[in-house]
Design a protein around this ligand. Structure first.
Ligand code: MG
Length: 178
């Protein structure tokens, strides 16, 4: 086997954004979840700030790798290309299969405890695009994608929470936020 060139960060980032688009998930869809999560703590928050936070999270390699792995498995299951019994487990989103959550949870760890607890919350309440993906089961397989979207949303929400505190402290110290 000839050695392949390592994909560049740009290529991996582009593949991630392309895959999300292919699977019908937009940055705005995820930003809307972040907005609802953070608005109670941040009354002046805008959807634009949430979208920027989602974009920043999607630039993280840990998140990109998780999305690439999970979406690939969803697509292979849709094409009936996985081996049994994994094919049936992923296709049916079997209740005791937790690898989708485990991969998504692993990806949020860089964003700390707020991201982890928010991820647990989203896994239970399934709002916005997460709920839509969950309901689209008849049309395709999104076993991994719903958890991965929750992972991006909770990371973006945690990122905003930390930034807001930094900005408040900078204001109190009389220094403009950077
Ligand atoms: Mg799932």
């Amino acid at each position: 086997m000839t050695a392949k060139k390592t994909p560049t960060s740009k290529e991996v980032a582009k593949a991630t954004f392309d895959l999300l688009e292919e699977r019908g998930v937009t940055v705005l869809d995820i930003a809307e979840i972040v907005y609802d999560l953070q608005l109670p703590y941040h009354p002046t928050l805008t959807i634009q700030e949430c979208a920027e936070s989602v974009e920043r999270v999607l630039q993280k390699r840990e998140i990109q790798h998780a999305l690439l792995v999970g979406i690939e498995l969803d697509k292979l299951a849709e094409q009936n290309k996985l081996s049994e019994p994994l094919q049936s487990i992923v296709e049916q989103d079997e209740g005791l299969f937790g690898v989708d959550e485990t991969i998504a949870l692993g990806a949020v760890l860089t964003y700390g405890s707020i991201a982890v607890t928010t991820f647990g919350y989203l896994d239970k309440v399934k709002v916005g695009i997460i709920e839509k993906l969950d309901c689209k089961k008849e049309k395709g397989v999104n076993t991994f994608l719903d958890d991965l979207v929750a992972s991006v949303a909770s990371s973006a929400a945690s990122r905003l929470a930390h930034r807001q505190r930094d900005e408040q402290e900078q204001l109190q110290e009389g220094n403009p936020a950077t």
